[in-house]
Design a protein around this ligand. Structure first.
Ligand SMILES: C[C@H](O)[C@H](O)[C@H]1CNC2=NC(N)=NC(=O)C2=N1
Length: 98
């Protein structure tokens, strides 16, 4: 069962993600980031690898791809805002993107 991100986690985990380029949408309680790659194959490879983790964790990104760009938004629909799963998936995506 997923829970909303605690105040403590907001203060300890969000700043590092914002430092890494994630942007907080306070109204939607979501984070977003645009990843850029060399070409479409690199972008799609990133999406494929991220999709495997998303499926494993049963937590799926909202995303939009054009050529070498992947716009990602993470939020947890089940709780109506950010949850620890969004932090985990954001960190994984940063690692996958290199
Ligand atoms: C039933 C299923 O586990 C839920 O609908 C999962 C699927 N993937 C999900 N992904 C995201 N981003 N938020 C959710 O609340 C969510 N819920």
């Amino acid at each position: 069962m997923t829970e909303k991100l605690s105040q403590d986690a907001r203060e300890t985990e969000l700043p590092a993600l914002i430092e890494a380029g994630w942007v907080l949408d306070a109204e939607r309680d979501a984070i977003s980031k645009t990843f850029k790659f060399k070409n479409f194959i690199e972008a799609f490879g990133f999406m494929t690898r991220a999709a495997i983790w998303a499926e494993k964790w049963v937590h799926h990104p909202e995303w939009f791809n054009v050529y070498n760009r992947v716009e990602v938004r993470l939020t947890t629909h089940d709780v109506g805002g950010l949850s620890p799963l969004d932090m985990k998936l954001a960190r994984k995506m940063d690692a996958l993107a290199g």
